[in-house]
Design a protein around this ligand. Sequence first.
Ligand code: ATP
Length: 235
Amino acid sequence: MPDPILQIAGLDARYGDFQALYGVDMTLAEGDVLAIIGANGAGKTTLMRSIAGLIRNGADEIKFRNVPIGALRADQVARRGIALVPEGRQLFPSLSVEENLLIGGRSGRQGPWSLKRVYSLFPILEERKRQPSTSLSGGQQQMVAIGRALMANPDLILFDEISLGLAPIVIRDIYRALPGIVSQGMSAVIVEQDITKALSISSRVYCLQEGRVSLEGASTTVSREDISRAYFGIE
Ligand code: ATP
């Protein structure tokens, strides 16, 4: 088994007095795709934001290639090679498509991803490159958010609800692009509400329920009954 790229151990995350994650343990092997499922409010976004350094935790609670990163700031985490495609995309509305993409390239990391390569993955973005990002459709904005993360040449990419609110045909296109993105050694964590999609794209799946891991298993072998129980807490 390859060494883990990401190890999370006993992660507790809080918003002030409110505790959103309780003792989350998670392991991602190098080159793997891990899916996180769970109902609204289960803590999926909190977990992603914790890994990305947007919520700061105990240093040892999150390790990236065996180095503690739990207490680092988001910019420090990004420089080490972790990029987040956030829920709701969070593009810079006053900037053009291309300017948004170039922001991802500021990580200073070298690698295969460039504007040219992002445009060959999503050709529509090259056609719209001078337009304000807000003039694009939701699906195209999601492509900009993915492209911006790729421009940072991360070793680990985090996708938070990439298909939320998008038309089925756009979701299909984005899911078709994913294997090409992660095939070259990149590892990925994907938060996905659609359980079938989550299982089809990943090798391991974790379910969160009220801030705790309620299921962990290989995506090919977990049963629908186990998932229903873990997702909804039905006994
Ligand atoms: P969704 O699918 O709705 O995005 P989620 O699984 O991503 O849900 P989180 O967004 O991580 O869940 O939220 C986990 C819990 O933390 C929820 O109870 C939520 O209300 C709470 N929470 C999230 N953000 C904050 C915040 N900024 N301040 C206080 N509580 C928050």
